[in-house]
Design a protein around this ligand. Structure first.
Ligand SMILES: [Zn+2]
Length: 191
């Protein structure tokens, strides 16, 4: 993550957004390591998010599935921030998630407090189901379009857009300042 000084990405506002942003931000951002490179990485991530116990068996196929899911979620969040590549790749990402969703079924958990969708399976499949449950939760509460990828091409960090009118394009003021300076320089060059 490319951040300067004390500037931090705005904190995500709920468990669902934290889970999904944490997931897309396992990508190799700004020269960092891919945090879903292998089975051990996926195990560590699942244990860190409490989605699965540390001794849950993880296969190479699970890692491949996790990375494909991550790509699809990333494309949707890119489309949310109006990235052209996100919009172009959106139908394929939506189609992919549509095809994958039945592998990770959710079940309603009803109580006096309300109804929540929870994974119907344990292990890695249940953990992937939790990503879909988080998306359903955010959608129901209107937060889904606020999950975005920073438009600074040296950043591309997933963030929760807290602006009043959902117009945020950058994860931090550091990124928006950098991009404004860049736009100013390119305007000055063409002028
Ligand atoms: Zn950024």
């Amino acid at each position: 993550m490319q951040q300067t000084g004390a500037e931090q990405c705005p904190p995500s506002t709920c468990d669902s957004s934290a889970l999904l942003l944490g997931f897309v931000n396992t990508a190799p951002l700004a020269g960092a390591m891919d945090r879903l490179a292998g089975a051990e990485d996926l195990s560590a991530w699942l244990a860190g998010t409490n989605l699965a116990d540390a001794d849950t068996p993880v296969t190479g196929a699970d890692v491949a599935a996790a990375r494909e899911l991550r790509d699809a979620f990333t494309m949707i969040f890119r489309a949310h921030s109006g990235c052209e590549d996100g919009e172009a790749a959106l139908p394929a990402a939506e189609d992919y998630l549509q095809r994958m969703a039945p592998r990770y079924p959710l079940a309603p958990r009803l109580s006096a407090a309300g109804c929540q969708l929870v994974p119907a399976q344990d292990g890695v499949l249940g953990a992937f189901g939790a990503l879909f449950a988080a998306a359903a939760d955010l959608s129901a509460r209107g937060g889904w379009p606020r999950l975005k990828m920073c438009k600074n091409p040296t950043c591309y960090t997933g963030f929760f857009d807290k602006t009043r009118n959902s117009s945020g394009l950058y994860c931090s003021t550091a990124c928006s300042t950098r991009m404004a300076a860049r736009a100013y320089r390119s305007r000055a060059k063409t002028a």
